[in-house]
Design a binder for this molecule. Structure first.
Ligand SMILES: C[S@@+](CC[C@H](N)C(=O)[O-])C[C@H]1O[C@@H](n2cnc3c(N)ncnc32)[C@H](O)[C@@H]1O
Length: 274
């Protein structure tokens, strides 16, 4: 790949700059940026360079080195937080049956929760499964990105985010904003109360979490890690899942090759063997 110098861009940006960004992101967060993300890197980091009144990518990378508080901004700028309510709906259908059958409390960890649509979908599923706004289901939702966690914790979304939901769910689970909040919707407090939001980097040596989860959602985040790292992370995550618990992966994340750890239960749904 050759980016070359982007002459007509606001900041000089070369292949070497892109590679330096990739290395730094791998070192700080263990995230592997694919080669095709060079334009995304330019547009996201240009905003930081401008905000800090710096002159170049090189200056910015030195700034990151000498300011540890910039590490989080750097990671936040480069992570992709795409998500939506009931994304990959078959997972939630499966979860509903699991919760109904499990007579007793259910503990769920949503390990890359982004802006909250995924953990709130889990909470809605629990309410629907047990027909109660006080179900015996608790959810820990975590992410590396502090900005998305704040959005998730506030539980306020643009009206369009709810477009794919049936009217019954919109009515039951959201409050429409009025006046200056028109066009926004807030999740009802009963859902919010079911979820504990935590900052957590899946690349950390170990996770400060209990080891008795019944279900772990880890969707559309493994794609950021190298193949070998994925298995290392998977092993760490599975320490927190009870035997026979459910591990739910993203649509392009296949773990059939780690058959000593996981047994396939359906499309990207696995039962743990360890
Ligand atoms: C594409 S979103 C997926 C959101 C949601 N799981 C879904 O499938 O809709 C990926 C999320 O992974 C988070 N992430 C990236 N690297 C991470 C890491 N090392 N530890 C924890 N979260 C991470 C990003 O901040 C982002 O919110």
């Amino acid at each position: 790949m050759s980016i070359g110098l982007k002459e007509n861009k606001e900041f000089k940006y070369s292949t070497a700059d892109f590679q330096a960004v990739r290395n730094k992101l791998r070192n700080i967060a263990g995230i592997n940026l694919v080669e095709s993300k060079d334009s995304m890197v330019y547009s996201r980091l240009s905003r930081r360079i401008r905000a800090l009144k710096l002159n170049s990518f090189r200056d910015y990378l030195s700034y990151v080195d000498s300011h540890s508080d910039e590490h989080q901004e750097f990671v936040n700028s480069l992570t992709t937080n795409l998500t939506s309510f009931f994304r990959e709906n078959h997972h939630f259908e499966h979860l509903k049956t699991f919760i109904k059958n499990k007579k007793g409390p259910v503990k769920i960890w949503c390990s890359a929760s982004s802006t909250g649509e995924e953990p709130y979908s889990i909470a809605m599923t629990a309410v629907e499964a047990l027909n109660s706004f006080n179900p015996s289901v608790s959810i820990v939702a975590s992410d590396i990105d502090s900005n998305v966690l704040e959005t998730a914790s506030n539980g306020i979304y643009k009206g369009e985010a709810l477009d794919g939901l049936p009217i019954s769910r919109k009515k039951q689970f959201f409050q429409r904003g009025k006046g200056k909040n028109a066009g926004f919707a807030r999740v009802v407090p009963e859902l919010r109360r079911m979820i504990e939001f935590r900052k957590l980097n899946l690349m950390d040596e170990q996770y400060d979490l209990s080891r008795d989860f019944d279900v772990i959602f880890c969707r559309n985040v493994m794609i950021y890690f190298e193949k070998d790292t994925q298995v290392v992370i998977l092993r760490k995550i599975l320490r927190h899942l009870k035997k026979d618990g459910l591990y739910i992966a993203g649509h392009s994340e296949n773990f059939s090759h780690v058959s000593d750890l996981l047994e396939p239960m359906g499309k990207t749904i696995y039962k743990t063997k360890v």
